[in-house]
Write a protein that binds this ligand. Structure first.
Ligand code: FRU
Length: 940
């Protein structure tokens, strides 16, 4: 099948559109998507937009409507182009002014289809000069100022018409030519082409030329006026189909249409148009005249895109007549249908474009939202981070605050401990002052209250007073030293002197004491003499302190050795004893001023050693101790030799001073001899005593004083520690215990508790001696079971009075206990009651046993015979045997009065070996025989 040119061109264009738009739904959608994306991209890259002005001479006929339609369809592929359309409605003047108006609107290119040839040259030249490209469409004008001409070859179409007419009329006939607007180029050219071709047919004659102005109405008028001419004509040739059909209509009206043939130009498809008229046999032929609308838009876009275009674009034409009209019409119809389809698709594209635009907007909004969300997320993250940083900073600050708080707490804890230590220290200072004060006041009072005093008593009391006055002096001296040390005011005043001679001198002072205590005191220097820079006052105190301690803790017959050696440019002094030694804890705190470990603070030792340490350190030296419990102790002093370590002001060049003689300081050596006197105090222990007293007191002087002073009236057993006191209490079961509260090891309170908790000793009154008169101490003591307190310093007369009263009270208790127990009433101390209950129960259980006696009873009670005897004596003021007898008698009395048992039975039940012995025993104790008692019990 062969296509006509027009059909071919149309199909080709359609295919290109289809290939762009409809290769399956996916392809289509893909294309659409790409298109939209491109559109998006273009819009994103701001694609340039263009305005095309189109000036149409007339828009009223079908051919020009088709032209506009073709243009618009082509424009759908160029969304950035806008068409500004003006219709001049066949008026040349209107068209000229419309062109100017388009220019004023700022068009980028002008397409013009001019109404006439001549009048447009000037206006188009103006447009062209302004640089606005011009495309002439379909009709020509008299100027060269244009970029492109697009249109059919009208001369050629006139020729084709001539060829058809020549052939159709077979070279002979009469014709009428109906012109289009004579001043328009297509009319002039078609006429010229027709005449050129008809010249070949001399038998054909143009009998009349009518002016149809391209319009049906005009044709109707002019044809009606020339009907007579037409009656004699074979063929009417009109310059377009519109005019040909108009002429046909007039002829038909007059009934002459069958006599002549009609030929036109344009061959438009569609109803009532040229192609349909050929099919219907109204027109014999027509010639396809393309509108050029698509080409004009395509050319315009190329020009505006800066691309080259063909200046003269002649559109081809073909003849359509009865031979090809059906095929071409079918193609045209198909084309029309496809065009409708294209338009629908174009509309769909528009709809999709809109959808895309709205989706794009949605996408943008979503993207924007996403960005906002991300920004917010970032901000939240930032806030979180900064919050975390702030949190960490806070944590760190908290930690610092906590650390500071801990430090403050530690400091306040230290301060609290220091305060406690100080309070304890003051408390012990008072205690330490109390003892010598007691030992000054008590003998003084003693001397003052006695009417006559023996010279021995006088001397011994005065010696005691003197000794304790020195002790006070020494304590005060130590306190002052301590204060100076504490205030950092201790200064060294060294002189160079022979250290061997210095120590020798001190050791010599202790010789007499050593001899008396049979102590092997030796000084063993490794050199005969050794010049050393030292502060003699301070070193004197240190060495005397060490020797005094050694004497205090070394038993009779022990050894105290003082050594002096030189080691590595240092002098080493050692004081060694084989005394009672120290525990590791005591050793570790030996030099602590306020050490209060497990045993009570000892001022003379504590202060002395703490001061010694201070003094040796002032000398840039060192002091240390090595000790083992029950083996002995060695103190080691190291002092640097030479004087390089001393400051100028610490050295006195004036030579040694005898501080002792000058009295510059109180040497502890003054006490050495005085202390010896204590053993000379008389102790008259042979006299008749009114009870046994156990004195537990660690201070030798007070112990000795109490022993001496109370020994006149009581039998005294004295011990220096709580443990030893307890052992003696169990051993002898004394009538009364006097104990100091402050004791090394087991103190007075603990001793009291132990005494009161033990069955064997619970009845013994305890009198506590204390330097502390405070109420708490008394409450504590009372809880422990103490019976009385004496506050130091005590008055001897008052003490004696307390002791006597306590013992007298005890006796009253004894009597009451005895009667209570025998009458089953029971009273008094819980321990004692328990003891008596146990004792009485045991006796009653064994009453039928004639062999039951003190031996078995003491064994069953877990006591020694002596302990049992003393306990019963103390509690009931009777001996055990008498108490057993009392219980037997008590039972016998009950059986005699409350039973009808025989004498033999009663004698047996109450543990008598025979009724005769029972009768004798009963009579001895009750002054009645059992029979007499049974008769009248009341008088017994
Ligand atoms: C339409 C028309 C067509 C003709 C053309 C010539 O207005 O008359 O029929 O072919 O113009 O310009």
């Amino acid at each position: 099948m062969s296509y006509t040119l027009r059909g071919f061109v149309a199909v080709y264009r359609l295919r290109s559109i289809k290939s762009r738009l409809s290769k399956g739904t996916f392809g289509f959608l893909l294309s659409v998507t790409l298109l939209l994306l491109m559109a998006g991209c273009q819009s994103a890259t701001k694609t340039k937009t263009y305005r095309i002005g189109f000036s149409q001479c007339t828009g009223g006929d079908e051919w020009r409507k088709t032209m506009l339609h073709d243009m618009k369809r082509e424009l759908t592929f160029h969304p950035n182009y806008t068409l500004l359309y003006e219709d001049a409605e066949n008026s040349t003047t209107r068209q000229i002014s419309q062109i100017q108006a388009l220019i004023d609107q700022g068009i980028d290119l002008l397409i013009v289809s001019p109404n006439e040839v001549a009048p447009f040259a000037k206006v188009i030249e103006d447009v062209f000069k302004r640089g606005i490209p011009v495309i002439l469409l379909d009709r020509k004008i008299e100027t060269e100022s244009y970029n492109a001409y697009i249109g059919g070859d009208n001369v050629e179409i006139g020729r084709l018409a001539g060829v058809f007419i020549g052939n159709h009329l077979k070279g002979k006939g009469r014709i009428v030519e109906i012109w289009g607007l004579p001043s328009s180029s297509p009319a002039q050219e078609r006429h010229r082409g027709l005449l050129e071709e008809l010249r070949k047919y001399p038998g054909i004659q143009v009998v009349k030329e009518l002016n149809g102005q391209w319009e049906r109405d005009t044709v109707g008028r002019v044809v009606a006026a020339e009907l007579n001419t037409l009656k004699d004509v074979d063929l009417v040739f009109a310059h377009n189909d519109v005019m040909a059909l108009g002429a046909y209509a007039v002829c038909k009206q007059k009934g002459i249409e069958k006599k002549l043939d009609f030929v036109g130009i344009d061959a438009l498809p569609g109803p009532n148009a040229g192609m349909q008229a050929i099919t219907d046999g109204i027109l014999k032929a027509s010639f396809l005249y393309p509108t050029g609308g698509e080409e004009a838009i395509e050319t315009a876009t190329r020009i505006l895109a800066g691309k080259s275009v063909k200046r003269e674009q002649v559109l081809n034409s073909i003849q359509i007549d009865g031979s090809n009209v059906r095929a071409l019409k079918a193609q045209s119809d198909k084309l029309l249908a496809q065009q409708v389809d294209i338009e629908k698709q174009s509309q769909r594209i528009d709809a999709l474009t809109q959808t895309y635009a709205s989706q794009k907007n949605t996408l943008y909004i979503t993207l924007a939202s996403l960005i906002v969300v991300m920004l917010l997320g970032g901000w939240a993250l930032y806030l979180f981070r900064s919050k975390q940083t702030a949190y960490r900073t806070l944590e760190r600050q908290n930690e610092e605050i906590r650390e500071q708080k801990d430090k403050i707490e530690a400091v306040s804890q230290q301060a609290r401990l220091a305060t406690e230590e100080k309070l304890r220290f003051y408390s012990y200072i008072s205690h330490e002052f109390n003892t010598p004060l007691s030992l000054i006041l008590t003998p003084t009072e003693d001397l003052l209250t006695k009417k006559t005093v023996s010279s021995h008593d006088l001397k011994s009391n005065l010696a005691l007073i003197q000794k304790n006055a020195y002790r006070l002096l020494r304590l005060i001296d130590q306190m002052l030293d301590l204060r100076k040390t504490d205030a950092g005011k201790q200064r060294l005043r060294t002189v160079e002197q022979d250290l061997v001679a210095f120590i020798q001198d001190i050791v010599q002072d202790f010789k007499r004491k050593a001899e008396k205590q049979r102590i092997d005191l030796r000084f063993m220097p490794s050199k005969a003499s050794l010049p050393v820079w030292f502060d003699e006052e301070k070193l004197d105190k240190v060495i005397v302190n060490l020797l005094s301690n050694a004497f205090k803790y070394t038993p009779k017959g022990g050894l105290i050795h003082v050594r002096l050696d030189v080691l590595d440019n240092r002098v080493c002094i050692q004081v060694e004893d084989n005394g009672e030694g120290m525990t590791p804890d005591e050793q570790a705190h030996a030099f602590d001023l306020f050490f209060s470990g497990t045993r009570p603070f000892n001022l003379s030792k504590g202060l002395g050693l703490a001061l010694s340490m201070e003094f040796i350190q002032l000398h840039q030296g060192d002091i240390s101790v090595k000790s083992e419990k029950d083996k002995g102790t060695t103190f080691t002093i190291l002092l640097p030799l030479g004087k390089d370590h001393l400051a100028e002001e610490e050295m006195d060049q004036s030579g040694p001073r005898n501080t002792l003689r000058e009295g510059a300081f109180v040497s502890p050596r003054l006490l050495v001899d005085v202390e010896e006197e204590e053993s000379t105090l008389p102790a008259d222990l042979t006299q008749k005593r009114s009870g046994t007293l156990l004195v537990v007191e660690d201070n030798d002087d007070i112990r000795t004083f109490l022993t001496t002073r109370l020994g006149h009236e009581f039998e005294i057993i004295a011990e220096g520690t709580g443990e030893k006191g307890w052992e003696r209490a169990i051993d002898v079961i004394p009538d009364l215990i006097i104990s100091d509260i402050m004791l090394p090891g087991m103190d007075g309170m603990q001793l009291t508790q132990r005494v009161k908790a033990d069955l064997r000793t619970s009845h013994i009154p305890v009198v506590l001696l204390t330097a502390k008169g405070q109420m708490e101490q008394r409450i504590e003591g009372t809880r422990a079971g103490a019976d009385a307190y004496i506050t130091k310093p005590f008055n001897t007369t008052y003490l004696l009075e307390v002791l006597r009263t306590t013992l007298a009270n005890r006796e009253k208790w004894q009597r009451r206990y005895a009667s209570d127990f025998l009458s089953q009433a029971g009273a008094g101390n819980r321990q004692d009651k328990k003891f008596l209950n146990e004792l009485t129960g045991l006796i009653e259980q064994n009453l039928t046993d004639p062999d039951f006696g003190v031996e078995k009873l003491s064994r069953d009670m877990g006591l020694s015979r002596v302990q049992l005897y003393r306990k019963v004596q103390a509690l009931l003021d009777m001996n055990v045997i008498d108490y057993v007898a009392e219980i037997r008698l008590k039972k016998a009395r009950r059986l005699l009065t409350e039973s009808t048992k025989t004498m033999a039975e009663i004698a047996y039940e109450t543990g008598f070996s025979s009724p005769a012995y029972f009768t004798t025993f009963f009579k001895q104790h009750t002054q009645k025989t059992p029979s007499e008692y049974r008769k009248s019990p009341a008088s017994a």
